[in-house]
Design a protein around this ligand. Structure first.
Ligand code: GAP
Length: 485
């Protein structure tokens, strides 16, 4: 069951407790930009750690590449010409809107992929007006989503902030292959910021102008149909929302074993199916209920310019289903295009000359973050304060340490335990202000799973109490046993 959700309460809690702040707030803010506060930064790091642990293996190498790219790179990838959204402007209040979204919201029809002429016609024929002031809307034109800049003092040297982390990976494909003595199939991963000048950023962390991605480009020989690691996941049943069901306006989901989906041609290859199955398991481990996850097969007319097949991992949010992970079978589009534009041979030789194909899982951290907060939020009427039921692996701190009192050596003892746990590699929070009840409440609000209290008995027998966030039960344990938890 998808729980009843109240995103306004989540947003307020996130701001109050240092999880997410609006950027540039004292200057009135700018839509599409948010900052991570101290607690949000910790949770984000935990998401990244968990992702790396789950997805990166001995054959997937992480790199970090430039955020600013010269024009030619993005000309080659197709972004300069094709990374566009349809834009319409209110002739009265001058506000901009994404034409396709406006139509979808007003008429409930799906229009992604239609030409600007068709979109203009739909707006006119249905007399769609500005949602803000009811003014007349302009003809639709295309708007490129990349942030343009210049590299160096000459205006002609155009650069862009990268719109995805993927391109830096393709450019380094051969470097990584050589440096790591890799063999196909292998992957290259990148985690970092991407930038898109969205026309109408909205829904808190859902559509941002600056956001974080975790992407893997997984390179394989297209003649090699069998992927050894697929064995590990072949029996996992994944929920797929087929294109044909979408066309019938049905909401039917098929749950199908990864191996069956490949056999029946629903998923084009084992490499793509491998990532879909893994994603399903990982997203569930973050506290997102199974019934709030589906893989939407992207219909032909919606496919991005580079893709042969796409499945969006969608999560059910308070406002409806939304893509959180894009999965694309990019074929050899990118390597081929970069070979052509750079005039460098990007083929490799493994018994024969190969230009590898690529499948790409692309995770957006902020959308995931939104979903995690949404599903972990508890109103906490029984305990008198709101709290986050975060999975233990995402707890912003592994432990919080409290001295019962600041006096009689309790504070010093608590600091000793705080330092002991830090040395052991745990992330630990120290709090000696306010009543113990208030301190527990503060930790519950940010989802810390375990609170340790140092009291007078600790001074006598080196035991502490440890409180579990969910059950609120306290147990007395020896200091040296804390790390076993
Ligand atoms: N390299 C492929 C790629 O970038 P995408 O579907 O455009 O694919 C991947 O983006 C993921 O990045 C999305 O599923 C989403 O989670 C996140 N994302 C994309 N645009 C975003 C935006 N404007 N704000 C927040 N997250 C975004």
């Amino acid at each position: 069951m998808v729980q009843k959700m109240n995103i306004e309460k989540v947003i307020a809690l996130a701001k109050r407790t240092g999880i997410i702040f609006p950027s540039f707030e004292i200057y009135g803010g700018v839509s599409g930009f948010y900052d991570y506060g101290p607690i949000g930064k910790k949770i984000k790091e935990k998401i990244i750690q968990s992702w790396k642990k789950f997805f990166l293996d001995e054959n997937i190498f992480e790199i970090e590449t430039s955020l600013i790219m010269p024009q030619i790179v993005l000309k080659a990838s197709g972004h300069v010409d094709s990374f566009v959204d349809p834009l319409t402007q209110c002739k009265k209040c001058k506000k901009f809107f994404r034409a396709d979204q406006l139509i979808e919201e007003k008429l409930g029809v799906f229009v992604e992929g239609l030409s600007i002429e068709d979109l203009s016609k739909i707006i006119k024929e249905n007399n769609l007006r500005c949602p803000e002031c009811n003014g007349e809307l302009s003809e639709v034109r295309l708007f490129n989503l990349m942030f343009k800049t210049q590299i160096g003092p000459l205006e002609k040297d155009v650069g862009y902030l990268r719109p995805e982390t993927a391109q830096g990976i393709f450019l380094n494909f051969k470097n990584v292959y050589r440096a790591m003595r890799a063999k196909l199939p292998f992957g290259v991963a990148q985690i970092g910021k991407s930038f898109r000048n969205e026309i109408s950023p909205r829904k808190w962390l859902i559509r941002l102008r600056e956001f974080s991605q975790m992407e893997i480009e997984f390179f394989f020989n297209p003649k090699e149909k069998k992927f050894e690691k697929f064995e590990e996941v072949k029996d996992i049943e994944i929920p797929i929302y087929l294109a044909k069901e979408q066309e019938k306006k049905s909401e039917k989901i098929v749950k199908i074993k990864a191996s069956e989906a490949v056999k029946k041609g629903i998923i084009l290859n084992e490499y793509l199916a491998y990532f879909l199955a893994k994603e399903f398991v990982w997203i569930k481990s973050l506290g997102i209920p199974e019934e709030a996850i589906r893989f939407r097969e992207i219909r032909k007319e919606e496919l991005p310019h580079y893709s042969k097949q796409n499945f969006d991992l969608e999560i059910k949010f308070d406002f409806g289903w939304k893509e959180v992970v894009g999965n694309a079978y990019r074929g050899d589009h990118d390597l081929k295009a970069h070979s052509k534009f750079s005039k460098k041979d990007l083929t490799i030789f493994e018994n024969e000359k190969i230009l590898p194909h690529v499948v790409e899982p692309s995770f957006g951290i902020e959308r995931l973050f939104y979903a995690i907060l949404l599903y972990s939020y508890r109103e906490g009427k029984d305990r008198g304060w709101e709290w986050l039921d975060l999975p233990e692996q995402l707890s912003p701190y592994d432990f919080a340490v409290f001295p019962l009192m600041k006096k009689d050596g309790l504070r010093e003892k608590a600091l000793e335990i705080f330092n002991f746990l830090k040395q052991k590699g745990f992330s630990v929070y120290f709090d000696d202000s306010g009543s113990i009840g208030k301190r527990y409440a503060r930790m519950d609000e940010i989802g810390v799973k375990y609170c340790i209290t140092i009291d007078y008995q600790t001074l006598e027998d080196n035991t502490v109490t440890i409180r579990d966030r969910n059950t609120r039960e306290q147990k007395r344990i020896k200091i040296e046993d804390i790390e076993k938890i």
